[in-house]
Design a protein around this ligand. Structure first.
Ligand SMILES: Cc1cc2nc3c(=O)[nH]c(=O)nc-3n(C[C@H](O)[C@H](O)[C@H](O)COP(=O)(O)O)c2cc1C
Length: 360
């Protein structure tokens, strides 16, 4: 990959209209959680293994897919006219999973036709049945799992006045015919749009079972930072838990995911896989996540930057470039698979202090 992910993101920020660039970068509140994400991965240190053959490194799983995928992000047609379709094409070519936001500006069927392996991300409304038509369309279009974002009982307020303009003032020539806010899979007006768009403030573990029953799909719970919450998800039948603080866009001051991950992994204790996102920018960050026990990692802003600058080819090149760098990193750490990295991260004092919910 020519240049670092941070370079790519800087170039994308310069290329995009200012409100869109600000919308992608922003966190909630004072931006503390957004700012702390990457430094928390940077703080990890490794003890590389030696005298092990690293001739054959295999990143891909039994399905041939990469162990890092694309986190859900709304508004992709504000970033590139082809939006989610280009992201899906790039992910399909690279062999990476894509999680599609329920606020997609591209219909599920068109995304599925790219051949990408995709999961649906959803929020739930107060009136649960009003989500069923959207869920059913995702199932019919071949979603392989459903990701319930659990950290958003309300959308946290953002202070970025420039970013706020993204909702009203994007140049239509830049985003194509349809306004990027048009979430094509959300029910039309009169079909319960407003009821669907509200966020439930009464989510509970029972919603995991409800989603599984309605979709027949494995349910992943996204936005878990605590060991005790991870256990509640598992007890309620979650197929996986996803450590995330929503890219620092929900509660400002929430724990960086690099620090929350070990407690959640300990709680899951191999019962279900643990995924993680938030601020992962360098191959060593991904190695750190795997080393701490994550089964898969997800990226949002780096993919949006690649989409902005290069469309489908940009997304593919980012993913394949990262894969190449990760093979090198694994070799240097003495590992032949991501799982093999377990035990290479040196547990620091701050990890011992972050067992939130573990010492009940
Ligand atoms: C522009 C943008 C839109 C997002 N939209 C969604 C969304 O629709 N649903 C969701 O669960 N998370 C959403 N997220 C959060 C991401 O899925 C993810 O948790 C976070 O951004 C990962 O951190 P990273 O951007 O540093 O890789 C969004 C993030 C960004 C930056």
């Amino acid at each position: 990959m020519p240049g670092s992910v941070e370079d790519l993101m800087e170039r994308a920020a310069a290329h995009l209209p200012a409100p869109v660039a600000a919308y992608l970068a922003m966190g909630s509140g004072a931006g503390i959680a957004a700012a702390e994400a990457t430094p928390a991965w940077d703080a990890l240190r490794f003890a590389p293994r030696v005298l092990r053959s690293v001739t054959d490194v295999e990143l891909r799983d039994a399905d041939g897919l990469l162990p890092f995928g694309i986190a859900p992000a709304t508004l992709q047609r504000a970033v590139h006219p082809d939006g989610e379709l280009a992201t899906a094409r790039g992910a399909a070519e690279a062999g990476a999973r894509m999680v599609v936001s329920s606020n997609t500006g591209t219909p599920f069927r068109a995304i599925a036709e790219t051949g990408v392996t995709w999961w649906l991300q959803t929020y739930l409304p107060p009136d649960r049945p009003s989500a069923e038509p959207l869920l059913q369309r995702a199932v019919e279009a071949g979603a392989a799992a459903v990701v319930l974002t659990a950290d958003t009982p309300v959308v946290a307020r953002k202070r970025d006045a420039v970013a706020a303009r993204v909702w009203g003032e994007i140049d239509p020539a830049f985003v194509g015919a349809e306004h990027p806010r048009t979430p094509l899979e959300v029910p039309e007006r009169g079909e319960g749009t407003d009821r669907y768009r509200e966020k439930a403030t009464d989510l509970g573990p029972h919603d995991i079972g409800w989603l599984a029953a309605v979709t027949g799909l494995p349910v992943v719970v996204k936005g878990v930072l605590r060991a005790d919450d991870a256990q509640r998800c598992i007890d309620a039948g979650a197929a996986a838990v996803w450590v995330s603080n929503h890219g620092g866009r929900q509660f400002d001051g929430a724990l960086p995911t690099a620090r929350a991950l070990p407690g959640v992994v300990a709680s899951a204790a191999g019962q279900v896989p643990v995924y993680v996102d938030g601020g992962l920018r360098e191959p060593r960050h991904l190695c750190g996540a795997w080393g701490l026990g994550a089964a898969q990692v997800f990226l949002a802003r780096p993919v949006l930057a690649a989409l902005a600058l290069g469309g489908a080819a940009g997304v593919r090149d980012l993913l394949l470039g990262l894969a190449e760098e990760l093979v090198e990193a694994c070799r240097l750490l003495g590992a032949t698979t991501p799982a093999d990295l377990a035990g290479t991260v040196v547990k620091s004092e701050h990890h011992r202090g972050d067992s939130c919910g573990l010492d009940r």
